[in-house]
Design a protein around this ligand. Structure first.
Ligand SMILES: [Zn+2]
Length: 417
């Protein structure tokens, strides 16, 4: 009975993988539409045939890995439940201590180890491919170090969250999602506040911009945009990747604009100023605050739905084979499975909102710099450096793209020229 369900889930996963393979490798057409051939958005204009070939090959692999990853995580949660592994971890934890907090920590430790081992092949494949295609410049040791940091950061965060959540589940049998949501608000704000100063530095070195002449130009642009100007940071990424990036992060006194050093190395001053103006656009339009508010609203809907679905499953006969009870830690894989499915299902909406903000930030950058030409060059260099597709398949855009496609971004700037 146990293995029958497990085999069905694995067969379903393999079938889904084959379907996605067919979609991405055989069905989807990513050629640039006829009417844009020969424009600045046509990759054939700014890349050689070898680069075009690499983008084509790497994008397909990367997209397939993306679509395989989320259901792979679901498969893990399902197998841990259906094969009775979650109940076994709970038993081990109960043997260690009679204190619930310690039991939760022990359960989470075994659960995290199992999850790490199960998902390792997938993470390793992603790393290997990005190394083969010269996107990642990280050594295996460096990559492994990040994986281990990830493990412990996740462990600490999960412990803090689930020790509280399961105490709430015990106390408020069916209504735990209300206090859980109320507590998630200060928690989210706190995490956003400490992210740039506590969590990000665990992975990379951050420092104020080194190029002082460039800094002066950026600060001048910032004062034009009425932005308090001590917020530009550089991060040492060139030992990890060849891709370029810049972003705004954090809230309140810890909010900062961050530039990868790869971006500083590959772009000229005018192009960097365009990128900075784009980031300032996010800052001026307060996208982080809208994002935080949206996230808190989604938490409300997500926790409510999760509680409903968990209760429905727990009240069915036979759920005892999966977990000892809904408010016991052995139900955690079910909670995570439902959360992860809901998150994936909501990603098209979240991405759509993000693409809208990115478009506005691009418009803002044109308005600030009056230099769409540098913007177009920037996007062409970004495409090349990250081996990104200019015109991805529709499903990839819907589920993966939190920025407009390069075709859309360059077309927009061409219109502004
Ligand atoms: Zn942006």
């Amino acid at each position: 009975m146990k293995t029958k369900w497990a085999l069905r889930a694995i067969a379903g996963y393999v079938l889904f993988g084959l379907l996605m393979y067919w979609y991405l490798f055989r069905f989807a057409n990513t050629a640039i539409p006829e009417q844009y051939r020969g424009t600045a958005a046509d990759p054939a204009i700014f890349m050689n045939s070898r680069e075009l070939y690499l983008i084509e090959a790497y994008s397909k692999i990367r997209n397939l890995l993306f679509f395989l990853s989320a259901p792979y995580e679901w498969l893990f949660y399902f197998l841990v439940l259906a094969l009775g592994i979650s109940k076994m971890f709970e038993k081990w934890a109960a043997e260690v201590s009679r204190f619930r907090v310690i039991q939760t920590a022990v359960y989470l430790f075994w659960f995290s180890i199992a999850s790490f081992l199960f998902t390792f092949p997938m993470s390793f494949l992603s790393y290997r491919f990005s190394k083969v295609y010269h996107i990642s410049t990280q050594t295996f040791t460096g990559w492994m170090k990040d994986e281990v940091t990830d493990f412990w950061v996740n462990f600490v965060i999960m412990f803090a969250v689930f020790a509280v959540l399961y105490a709430l589940m015990k106390k408020y049998r069916y209504k735990w999602w209300i206090p859980a949501w109320l507590l998630s608000i200060p928690y989210t704000v706190f995490m956003m506040f400490i992210q740039p100063v506590v969590i990000d530095p665990l992975y990379n070195d951050f420092y104020p911009l080194k190029d002082k002449a460039l800094e002066a130009k950026i600060l001048a642009l910032a004062s034009k945009a009425h932005i308090p100007a001590d917020h530009v940071y550089e991060v040492n990424m060139s030992e990890k990747t060849n891709a370029l990036n810049a972003y705004v992060t954090g809230i309140g006194a810890n909010s900062r604009i961050v530039l990868w050093d790869t971006t500083l190395n590959r772009l000229n001053d005018k192009e960097i100023l365009f990128v900075m103006a784009h980031e300032m656009g996010h800052y001026v339009e307060k996208h982080i605050y809208f994002g935080t508010a949206g996230y808190i609203l989604m938490m409300l809907i997500g926790l409510w739905l999760n509680a409903k679905i968990m209760n429905a499953i727990a009240s069915r006969k036979g759920s005892g084979r999966w977990m000892t009870g809904i408010s016991n830690i052995s139900s955690l894989p079910l909670f995570l499975l439902i959360s992860s499915v809901l998150l994936f299902a909501s990603s098209p909406l979240v991405n759509w909102g993000s693409r809208y903000e990115e478009l506005r930030a691009d418009r803002y950058a044109v308005k600030m710099t009056h230099d769409p030409k540098s913007g177009i060059q920037t996007f062409q260099i970004l495409t090349k450096a990250g081996l990104s597709e200019v015109n991805p398949p529709l499903l990839v855009k819907i589920f993966r793209y939190d920025h407009p496609t390069m075709l859309e971004r360059i077309r927009m700037l061409e219109g502004e020229k």
